[in-house]
Design a protein around this ligand. Structure first.
Ligand code: AHM
Ligand code: MG
Length: 337
């Protein structure tokens, strides 16, 4: 008699994590607890985001963050919420955030086995126009006996223990992975019960898609190979025209790409010669997820997950999506076409 595989749809995120379906080592429960705290923070941020217009927390604070950008109140709230949640339970030794110049230390206790990097509220330009925004996170295991410093965070993305994001869209979802063999899973939030439920088990990105996502306003600043690729993808020459989709929130553009396939690209340009997106808070977590779902992520010439970070707020070019679409982009960069 053959047994039917269990139907997990509808299982809560907490149960999914606790039952070890993410491959979380059951021995100490520390990693399980850490992921649960991130999910808890996601619920609090969801509630802040959903009330933002009413609670009059929108608008500029007048402050400027380390990236030289204006910081909105909601960014700060999300940042504080994540730090507070991660500081509980003693498993997180330190965090690095897009909103903070330096590492924020939580505890020296060697039992705190993890450090977490995050972009607390990605897509800040979309906050006051009611367009999807998100939270991105990545978890690293700390080496035995290591004192935490900035260099604890400067590891290539292939060493991540977990990565994920929360998208505050028409519904709120958490999407996360603990590695290639464990898959990528999506959980949709039901605000009436305050739980995330498994809705997208084992997300696989199509081998090839039919949409491209890039800020085309940067066209005049792109290199010639990027311009050639862009003409090709629009169907000039031998290509078929892909549809264009660009939200301007990485979480939203990458989420769509993960589910439907295609390509997202933020290449270097004359204005951002090192790229715009941050390696630790944006590129690495998404590269980890996209690869675990069967896709690819590159800076144009090198695999994102193999880049050796040298500073916390390092920027990079980022191209991710369906394997064939990313490979086509790379072939233009190599000058093969
Ligand atoms: P943020 O972290 O300050 O929100 O900036 C990052 C955002 C990404 O979400 C998005 O992909 C990109 O910047 C959009 O940039 P642009 O407005 O130049 O197209
Ligand atoms: Mg961001």
């Amino acid at each position: 008699m053959s047994l039917n595989p269990p139907n997990r749809t509808g299982m809560t995120l907490e149960t999914f994590i606790m039952e070890g379906m993410l491959g979380v080592p059951a021995a100490t429960g520390a990693f399980t607890s850490l992921l649960n705290q991130i999910a808890f923070a996601a619920k609090l941020v969801t509630s802040q985001v959903r009330r933002a217009g009413l609670a009059n927390v929108l608008g500029y604070t007048g402050g400027v963050n380390v990236q030289g950008e204006h910081v909105m109140k909601l960014d700060e709230l999300a940042n504080e919420t994540l730090i507070t949640a991660l500081a509980r339970r003693g498993h997180c030794a330190a965090v690095a955030s897009e909103e903070l110049e330096d590492v924020h230390f939580i505890t020296n206790d060697q039992r705190a086995r993890y450090v977490v990097m995050f972009d607390p509220l990605d897509g800040s330009s979309n906050i006051d126009v009611n367009i999807s925004i998100g939270t991105i996170f990545a978890v690293l295991r700390r080496a035995e006996g290591e004192d935490v410093s900035a260099s604890t965070f400067l590891k290539p993305g292939r060493e991540l223990a977990a990565a994920g994001y929360v998208i505050y869209g028409s519904s709120t979802m958490v999407v996360l992975s603990t590695g290639r063999e464990k898959g990528v899973h999506g959980f949709t939030y039901d605000p009436s019960v305050g739980e995330f439920f498994l809705s997208h088990e084992n997300i696989r990105i199509p081998e090839q898609g039919s949409t491209y996502s890039i800020n085309e306003g940067n066209h005049s600043r792109w290199s010639e190979p990027v311009k050639r690729w862009n003409s090709w993808i629009k169907g000039e020459g031998d290509g078929r025209p892909y549809g264009s989709r660009y939200v301007g929130t990485l979480v939203a553009d990458a989420h769509r790409t993960l589910l439907k396939g295609g390509i997202f690209a933020y290449p270097v340009d004359a204005k951002s010669p090192k790229g715009k997106l941050r390696l630790l808070y944006e590129a690495n977590p998404f590269a980890f997820l996209v690869e675990a779902a069967g896709g690819a992520a590159t800076n144009g010439t090198e695999r994102i997950l193999d880049l050796e970070p040298t500073s916390l707020h390092q920027r990079t070019s980022l191209v991710l999506g369906s394997k064939l679409d990313v490979e086509t982009f790379a072939s233009f960069m190599r000058g093969d076409r």
